[in-house]
Write a protein that binds this ligand. Structure first.
Ligand SMILES: C[S@@+](CC[C@H](N)C(=O)[O-])C[C@H]1O[C@@H](n2cnc3c(N)ncnc32)[C@H](O)[C@@H]1O
Length: 235
């Protein structure tokens, strides 16, 4: 993502402590306190400009959302999006969403084991060169971290336009013995569902007619049980 940041962004973010978290290390194990309730915590890793996390927070008020990225400028843009989506509503305040500045490499410093119910990986950088494979956010070394943070309901929801990253990721999930479900090789082939919250990249690539690959990974025991129950009914 190309970024043209401007001066004074950090100061601007410091003024937005109601939704911006500049050092999420201080919040590890305390997200329920931050939100003032223990609703399920859903996090988007690499949220970009925040279209998805802001839309999801609005659509799902019974869940808490944290969008994370490593650039000040993206946190700033996401904060604008969150405020514009929530403005003019009776709630006015975006109570169930926070935007956190951090590098996913250190995710275990930001969330405690079992604190997270769902991880969204949307259009993660594909890192196409083999020598950079370790940087892919679905590399087994990241999956180990995610598995320890996710609780009994824990799931990963993954979307990408990159066939290569999708193949790599399915193999990584399989190698860890993780249960995949709802695999789609062309998520919007029957048209875009109005209910579906799109990310920036997803909107752009879908408009260009590119297939979007998606799958869910059930990690927590309750998520696995629920999955098997519905599958038995389906087949
Ligand atoms: C290709 S963009 C996708 C943005 C958004 N999820 C979307 O679908 O429109 C990938 C995003 O991940 C962020 N990112 C990549 N690696 C990261 C890391 N290690 N820690 C935090 N953010 C990261 C980038 O800054 C960028 O905003």
């Amino acid at each position: 993502m190309r970024l043209r940041g401007r001066k004074g962004i950090r100061e601007e973010l410091e003024q937005q402590q109601d939704i911006v978290v500049l050092d999420p290390r201080g919040y590890k194990g305390k997200w329920a306190q931050v939100f003032g309730n223990d609703r399920p915590l859903y996090i988007e890793l690499g949220m970009g400009k925040g279209q998805f996390v802001s839309g999801m927070s609005f659509k799902h008020p019974a869940c808490n959302f944290v969008g994370m990225d490593m650039y000040d400028e993206l946190i700033r843009r996401a904060s604008e999006k969150v405020r514009s989506i929530w403005s003019g509503t009776p709630e006015g305040e975006p109570a169930n969403v926070r935007l956190a500045l951090g590098n996913i490499e250190s995710i275990e410093e930001f969330f405690a084991p079992g604190e997270v119910s769902r991880i969204y990986l949307n259009f993660s950088d594909p890192w196409p060169k083999k020598k950079h494979a370790r940087r892919r956010l679905t590399h087994p070394r990241f999956l180990d971290k995610y598995c320890s943070l996710l609780n009994q309901q824990g799931e990963i929801h993954f979307k990408t336009d990159s066939r290569e990253l999708f193949e790599f990721s399915l193999n990584a999930f399989a190698a860890k013995g993780l249960q995949m479900s709802n695999i789609s090789l062309n998520l919007h082939k029957d048209g875009i569902n109005e209910q579906h919250v799109m990310t920036e990249y997803e909107s752009k690539f879908s408009k260009q007619g590119m297939p979007i690959y998606r799958c869910e990974v059930k990690i927590g025991e309750e998520a696995l049980e629920a999955y098997h129950r519905t599958k038995m009914e389906e087949f």
